[in-house]
Design a protein around this ligand. Structure first.
Ligand code: 13P
Ligand code: SF4
Length: 371
């Protein structure tokens, strides 16, 4: 009989000494083969090396959703953050169990919009437009959001998007309705809208802490995209001055950044795209080329080690680490795998059935929109 438990051992800070890591790595090496194909480990690119080495599949959010939807194994151990594990629950089979090795691995960006705030905004948009928003406004939530928001979008005919298919998602939306309500990451929404030639003054920012988002009725009526005032603090660490300094020092280098970066960074970069896009672009680049990368440091360091024939470094002189992703330690991974060997499910992630049903509509739609 499999028992369910919460992991009592996970280090709160996510920091491990080298010795703790070595011990945990050995424990994983012992436990993993005993579980065989009943377990699949999915790992996001921002995960630390010591953990990602055990991932059966590595990917960006889009690719990992595709893997979760294939769902052959009984247990999906998600080395990522909470919204990714929730998406795996929704896309996986009902008899599968999704495990997040540390329940503290959340995404602060995803937490910047909650259902009550979005429902209030929707009602205020309705008042401003004078009619049901579904006649005019397509809600799109970035995958970095709670399952409740994905369900909201599913209920209102919208879609989820990731950083790799945001442009195609917006293109799809504008074939159906004249406006888009995009949450919670303003930067992905703005950068994508700008790439589609939507004027900046037609993309307005909704502040959830102000009445009517801090906007006038005319602002809302004239907007093409209503952007939620959310952001990823990791990607806000990259500044235009970093690009200027880098170009001064290495005029022959390439700048590649994630679309969660601020617009004034994306505008100055040579390339912009999801983590998967960044990996593929650097992989395909000629030997000797130089790359300054505006995304999370674990991935940048890994690319640097993988491509010793190229210079691959962080665009920022300060460390831009996703501290919540970092809470998935090797000890936490060892605990959940040993738990499964012993018949105990530690840290299962669940999503209520009615939320799953509506969120699945929006996630399934996302998977039909190519990256
Ligand atoms: P990707 O979709 O590029 O994997 O990005 C996810 C994420 O959380 C970036 O901060
Ligand atoms: Fe969330 Fe930013 Fe971490 Fe991505 S990098 S998981 S958006 S906090």
């Amino acid at each position: 009989m499999v028992q369910e438990n919460q992991n009592p051992y996970t280090a709160k800070s996510g920091t491990e000494t080298q010795e703790q890591e070595q011990i945990a790595v050995e424990r994983i090496r012992q436990a993993r083969p005993k579980l065989g194909e009943q377990v699949v480990i999915l790992g996001h690119h921002y995960q630390r090396d010591a953990v990602i080495q055990f991932a059966d599949f590595q990917g960006d959010s889009y690719k990992l959703c595709q893997e979760a939807a294939k769902g052959a194994a009984q247990y999906i151990v998600f080395a990522g953050v909470h919204f990714m594990a929730e998406s795996a629950v929704i896309l996986g089979r009902p008899d599968q169990t999704v495990i997040l090795p540390s329940l503290e691995a959340g995404c602060p960006l995803a937490d910047m919009a909650n259902l009550a705030q979005v429902e209030t905004a929707w009602q205020e948009i309705e008042t401003a437009l004078g009619s049901d928003p579904v006649e005019h406004v397509m809600p799109i939530t970035y995958v970095n959001s709670t399952a409740e928001l994905k369900a909201f979008v599913g209920r209102h005919g919208g879609t989820v998007c990731t950083s790799s298919n945001a442009r195609n998602a917006l293109t799809w939306a504008f074939t159906q309705r004249e406006k888009v309500f995009f949450f919670p990451d303003q930067h992905l929404g703005r950068n994508t809208g700008k790439a589609m030639n939507i004027p900046l003054d037609e993309m307005i920012l909704w502040d959830p802490f102000k009445p009517q988002g801090g906007l006038t009725t005319t602002d809302i009526q004239q907007a093409r995209i209503i952007l939620w005032d959310g952001y990823c603090s990791v990607h806000q660490g990259f500044l235009p001055s970093h690009i200027d300094e880098w170009r001064n020092k290495h005029p022959d280098s390439n700048i590649i950044v994630h679309p969660e970066c601020n617009m004034n960074v994306v505008d100055r970069a040579d390339y912009v795209g999801s983590t998967e896009f960044i990996i593929k672009t650097i992989e395909a680049a000629p030997s000797g080329s130089k790359w300054a990368v505006g995304t999370e440091i674990q991935l940048v360091n890994r690319l640097g080690k993988r491509h010793t024939d190229k210079l691959v470094v962080s665009l920022s002189p300060i460390t831009c680490r996703c501290d919540t992703m970092y809470r998935i330690t090797t000890t936490a991974l060892a605990d959940v795998l040993e738990g499964l060997v012993a018949g105990t499910v530690i840290n299962p992630i669940t999503v209520p059935d009615d939320i799953q049903r509506h969120a699945k509509v929006a996630l399934d739609r996302m998977l039909t929109i190519p990256s």
